[in-house]
Design a protein around this ligand. Structure first.
Ligand code: SME
Length: 165
């Protein structure tokens, strides 16, 4: 499959409508969760011009382990309750950080990052299976609309969970 470049609308609702169709296009026929997450990260990196890191951390016992992503090399393990990712896991809710330096315990991976959003991903029993993490070089880049939009987008991954991972 070759990637066909698209122009994303600036209006957020339209943007997320197109993002949903792009994410489904490049993941829908793929039952392997790792392959699907790899393309999911790539589509996110194409869609968000201000994003310097987009990818997944997956729950393995008491910590999060790095999954497929786009961006610079990152920390591979994050303990429960640590950093923005581990805190989102603990709180079981999305976290939007306007300025990462102001988030106590933030784990820095790329010194260019200013803002961050983390969205929990649930398995079929409602347990936190992993998180989607996105970073931006722009302070305050992610809004509540992005929190809601990305919470909808991760349903594409959640729908694939349930069988053997
Ligand atoms: N900043 C994250 C760590 C992961 S990197 O941003 C890719 C955190 O504080 O959990």
């Amino acid at each position: 499959m070759s990637y066909i470049e698209v122009t994303y609308p600036t209006e957020k609702r339209e943007f997320y409508r197109m993002l949903d169709s792009q994410l489904r296009l490049y993941t829908e026929s793929e039952p392997d969760i790792t392959a699907a997450m790899a393309n999911f990260s790539s589509v996110l990196a194409q869609a968000f011009s201000g994003v310097n890191w987009a990818g997944f951390y997956i729950v393995r016992g008491g910590e999060l382990v790095l999954g497929p992503f786009q961006g610079r090399p990152a920390v591979t393990r994050i303990m429960y309750g640590r950093g923005v990712c581990g805190t989102s896991w603990q709180r079981r809710e999305p976290i939007v950080v306007e300025e990462v330096e102001c988030f106590e315990g933030h784990i820095a991976c790329d010194c260019n990052t200013h803002s961050e959003i983390v969205i929990p991903i649930r398995d079929r029993s409602g347990e936190i299976w992993g998180v989607l993490d996105m970073d931006s070089v722009t302070p305050g880049y992610f809004t509540d609309e992005d929190r809601d939009g990305l919470t909808d987008m991760v349903k594409i991954i959640e729908e694939k969970l349930g069988g053997a991972v």
